[in-house]
Design a protein around this ligand. Sequence first.
Ligand code: CP
Length: 309
Amino acid sequence: MNGKNVLAIRTLDKGVIQQLVDIAGDLKREVLTNGWAPRARRRTIGLLFFENSTRTRVSFEQAANYLGYTTVNFSGSGSSLSKGETLKDTILTLKHERLEALVIRHSSSGAANLAAEYFGGPVINAGDGLHEHPTQALGDALTILERKGTLTGLKIAIVGDVNHSRVARSNAWLLSKLGNEVRFIGPRTLVPTHSSFLPASTHLDLRSGLAGADVVMCLRLQRERMEDGMLSSVGEYTRLYQVNRTTIRAAASEAIVMHPGPLNRGVEIDDFTADGPQSAILDQVTNGIFVRMAAMQWIFESDQVEVLA
Ligand code: CP
């Protein structure tokens, strides 16, 4: 079986990243403008969501639908994990249920790598703990390319709870690999302040970090992953770091605003900015479908989807 995986942007070749974004753009044009009727080899893909999800889960399902694949949905609750079965034995069981690829979301960093080790076939990481969310970053890259006309030479400001964000990590790797300047902005407790090996500079002041930014990427305050004392108060965080109709003026006048979702409206972003013309948030959602199609097609490299005229 093919063992190609999409586990992390950090380890993905720059050429493959560009190829996946290009394929996603082509697939999007085909689906949205031409009559889309795939003729792919039949495949059965397991969608394993051990953590909650709306956007990622639905877009993988939708991507599989467009490609003509069959999906098997699996969530931790209601499974034999509740009887003490390990993740390793769960993965081995699914392999012997003859699933041909896995998509996995899990709260533990490294769970997707473990799945790849025991599954032995293609695995796509749909977000693992604090590690990475590679297909989110690929979708964000397609969105930036569409809105800014380029994927290089841009100033990217990633604002908020960076330390708990797998999206921030995947985006920092992807956007720096493609030749952009990446800045993390947030309070000392939520951004890397010592050598993190992540390819980004750190800014504790919102306005100076946003100065001249072409892309402003807001992050959700992940209170469920925070230890007590990381924030003095949500109110203070909002006062100092919210991206809103006033603070966005520090960025470039044509800056776009992004957010991977789900949003804490009124905390990291205000309604005006989330819903205004600069917002690319719903484009990110739609593009998630097409990069996931591209990723699935890539892991089954022989599955060149043919479009019927
Ligand atoms: N961006 C993202 O991963 O959203 P979901 O948690 O809804 O999938």
